[in-house]
Design a binder for this molecule. Sequence first.
Ligand code: DGJ
Length: 668
Amino acid sequence: MHGDIASVQTAIRPSIANSSWDQPQFPGVMRESSRGFLGRPTLSGHRNGKAWSTKFEVTDFHHQANHVTVTLIDFHAELEVVITFDLDVHGVLFQRATVKNIGESQYCLNEFIHWLPLPKEATQTLDFAGRWSNERNPQRKEIATGTWVRESREGRSGHNFSIADIALTAQTSFQSGSAWATSIAWSGNSHYLVEKLFDGSQSIGAGELLLPGELILESGQTYEAPALVSVYSAEGLDGVSAAYHSYLRARDVHPKRPRPLTLNMWEALYFDHDEEKIKALIDVAAEIGIERVVLDDGWFHSRRNDRAGLGDWVIDPAVWPHGLSPIIKYINDKGIEFGLWFEGEMVNPDSDLYRAHPEWILHEADRVPPLWRHQLVLDIGHEGAFNHVLEQTSAVLAAHNIAYIKWDHNRVLVDAGHLGAAGVHRQTQAIYRLFAELKKRHPGLEIESCASGGARIDLGVIDLVDRFWTSDNNDALERQTIQRWTAQVIAPELLGTHIGPTHGHQTGRTLELSMRATTALFGHAGIEWNITEATTEERKHLATWAQYYKNNRGLLHSGKMVRVDYPESHAYLHGVRAHDASRALFAYVQLTPTVSVHPSPLKFPGLDESANYVIKAVFPAGEPRFMLIAPPEWMNGITLSGSALAAIGVTAPILAPANAFLIEITKA
Ligand code: DGJ
């Protein structure tokens, strides 16, 4: 073994190039200029202009099984860095680091980035861009010499946050090829970087994006960098997802109860909190089989529209003269849980809180940041503001039977100062502390992380929340893509997926119930639609679909997510396969019109090749709109071997665009 290592060291020792160092330089994990490194270093900072360049020495190295700890000290810069690497049984690598100021004076930390080397086979990167209602659009591009940087400067991870940065070979697909994925576990400002130097070396990294002077370490103080959570997959992008999902599912805090079928009343009511209307909705919800109902924005003091009230977390007697207890009882009496909306990090200028404490907003100098949805950001890094939100929220929770809260964050942080210094880091830590304290005080409380839809979905907040609101866009056609890529990292049972109204409120598109229901099935399912307006037939379909979700959520929330490499762009074929390959549930989703009469067959990888399976189409929420005279015969059910299903597949029917149906595959 020792011989091997020595040989490997010799094998990779570079030549001495023209116009280069006289001896090879090995910059190591800290990537320092003092060791001949010409790219972006791991750490940068200074002591009032001094100690601006570091040269760390390894002072301790500890290795046990899949855990490595490296301690490095720079005695001149008076810094100690401890880096740990942990590889879990699912192949997920956790890189953590602390930076300690071991000097007497203050040290201003500008940046700490976790880096991983990339092999030359990685010629492309995949990251994600987006906006409100259109999160996580994939961007795949060639790696070129230079640095490709994806920054998040919103003070929340953001709609445009790249939930992962993934290096790939040119051939990597969902099912095959190498992928090197990284995901930064942080909800504040962050950056991902892919760097290719002129010497040919390339690396991928990420870290917290610190604002000027945001992190000044006092003597003896330590900064804990957000973890980088990385995966290598030799089995394509689905291999990456499988590793992330397995790690998430193995956490102690991963939700254990079956994910309750949810009715969120936002799109049914908006700010119209009329008790009779709500009761009518609950009656239909009970008939359908809903297990949790959420009262969204509009229940608290003077919140009759989105211009006032944020900051005053007390029930508004103008709309709820008898408080919330009677409606909660009405809901609970039908065996349904109750959930409530908050947006604790925000304040409207038109609120009692702002009138009393205008100084409790994140701001710089004597400026008030520009309004966004008529609101400002409360500086919860300020103890007074933190306690105000905690105590008011906690009082509502203590006085009612509330199973879960949906916690929103509807604007970005700009000019976000705390007592004259940049305050995003502090704000991010404060919201983590607040969620932890709420959960401690109210055992069993579940929290949904929402931020105008999917603007705070990340591996930083994930251990403190039980659900993410994937997107405000409930249009099933667009949701297909948003869910497909958000689930690249996040396990589907953590992603809220709702059946929206017949005519989508965001896009105005009209979609079949079967399309909306098929799309909403692949996540923590729910409905967000005024179901009192649903026809009798639609309600029957909703009830059948609700039961179908309950019968199948065990599989949907534990199996391996599969995105088939379907050769044509008009459709997605995706699903979930049980780990023992005994069952699978797929959706065939026709996005756009087909070009040919007979589209590519539907093939199902990963089943037990030697076993026989029954494959059939199912329609728990009604049939899709077909564009043919007679659908293929297999849809009624046939038996095929796992190898035939993988290699030959079954004929795809022609559907009208924006239609979908489910395919059940069960071992015979
Ligand atoms: C934005 C969220 O994403 C919506 O679901 C809803 O809760 C509104 N805010 C309420 O203001």
